[in-house]
Write a protein that binds this ligand. Structure first.
Ligand SMILES: NC(=O)c1ccc[n+]([C@@H]2O[C@H](COP(=O)([O-])OP(=O)(O)OC[C@H]3O[C@@H](n4cnc5c(N)ncnc54)[C@H](OP(=O)(O)O)[C@@H]3O)[C@@H](O)[C@H]2O)c1
Length: 279
């Protein structure tokens, strides 16, 4: 049995489906559980990472755990989580971390995630850390304005980064949970090509068959919007990456292809599967 924490999210949903298709029993954890996929293999349950004791009943008999770290790890007690996983006899743990843990070693925005990685690296668990760059699914933030105004607003319109399809992250997580040989590894997960917000808007426009207006936001405008759904230091750190990426943040990582044996999905593949959301 495998426990997926964050099971109803962009990555979790895909992961639950892949594991169920592979014949695994899956316990699908989130705070507001719904059925991420309809399968007799999947049991949706309620649990909260920020209250590790709520996970205890769900971990009994778990061979592996996928851990989504909400809010950049701010306010999470990584040691208490480790204790709960170790006490349950979990052996294999996949942590959904972030590329910035490696590329921004002193950024306050990613300090909690850095510390969390260190806590688990020092544990008895066989850990694998997935460090993705920006997600293709961040484009879902544009759904409302595309639907109502046929427009997209974003900062740093022409700064291109290799956004990653959450389905690729899930596929890598599934391999790590189901196969031997990934313990102790850090996988940097990106898409196959760098793409700017303006170019992403053009891909969505083409998929819709409708023109979209593009408006470039200032950093301040973007910060005001992002603060509504993420802690301010995380928003600031994210804007640093989006506006002034380092060479390592622009780099196309080979890790998706190394693990999956096929190239990473381009942004257009994610749009192809999700275009209905923008209609
Ligand atoms: N977006 C990016 O560009 C990016 C880049 C690098 C890394 N990341 C990492 O990826 C994560 C986002 O992944 P995603 O897009 O799959 O997430 P998502 O679509 O926002 O979904 C989050 C999932 O986690 C659950 N969840 C949230 N808080 C929880 C809690 N306290 N306890 C248990 N479950 C909780 C949510 O369900 P409930 O709300 O019902 O609990 C949902 O199932 C971020 O947290 C970050 O760590 C993201």
């Amino acid at each position: 049995m495998i426990v997926v924490i964050g099971a109803t999210g962009n990555v979790g949903r895909e992961l639950v489906q892949l594991l169920a298709e592979a014949g695994e029993e899956v316990v699908a954890v989130s705070r507001h559980p719904g059925a991420p996929v309809t399968s007799s293999k999947v049991r949706p349950v309620q649990g909260d990472v920020s209250a590790p004791e709520t996970l205890v009943p769900h971990l009994r008999g778990a061979a592996g755990v996928f851990l989504l770290v909400p809010g950049g790890g701010m306010g999470l007690d990584a040691r208490a989580l480790r204790t709960v996983f170790e006490a349950a006899g979990v052996t294999r743990l996949v942590v959904l971390s972030s590329l910035a843990v490696g590329t921004r070693p002193s950024a306050p925005s990613h300090a909690p995630l850095r510390d969390l990685e260190a806590v688990f690296r020092a544990s008895s668990l066989r850990c694998t850390f997935l460090r993705p760059g920006g997600f293709a699914s961040n484009a879902l933030a544009w759904v409302g304005s595309v639907r109502t105004e046929r427009g997209i607003a974003a900062p740093f319109a022409d700064v291109a980064l290799p956004v990653v399809d959450p389905a690729d992250i899930a596929a890598v997580a599934a391999r790590v949970l189901l196969e031997e040989g990934h313990a102790g590894k850090v996988y940097e997960l990106t898409g196959p090509v760098a793409i700017s917000p303006r170019q992403q808007a053009a891909v969505i426009s083409e998929a819709l068959g409708a023109p979209l207006r593009f408006m470039e936001w200032s950093r301040e405008e973007a910060l005001a919007m992002m603060r509504r759904f993420m802690p301010e230091p995380v928003a600031e750190g994210t804007l640093d990456i989006l506006g002034t990426p380092t060479d390592d943040e622009r780099r196309i990582s080979p890790d998706v292809e190394r693990v999956l044996g096929r190239p990473a999905n381009p942004f257009s593949a994610w749009v192809g599967r999700n275009v209905a959301a923008f209609r």
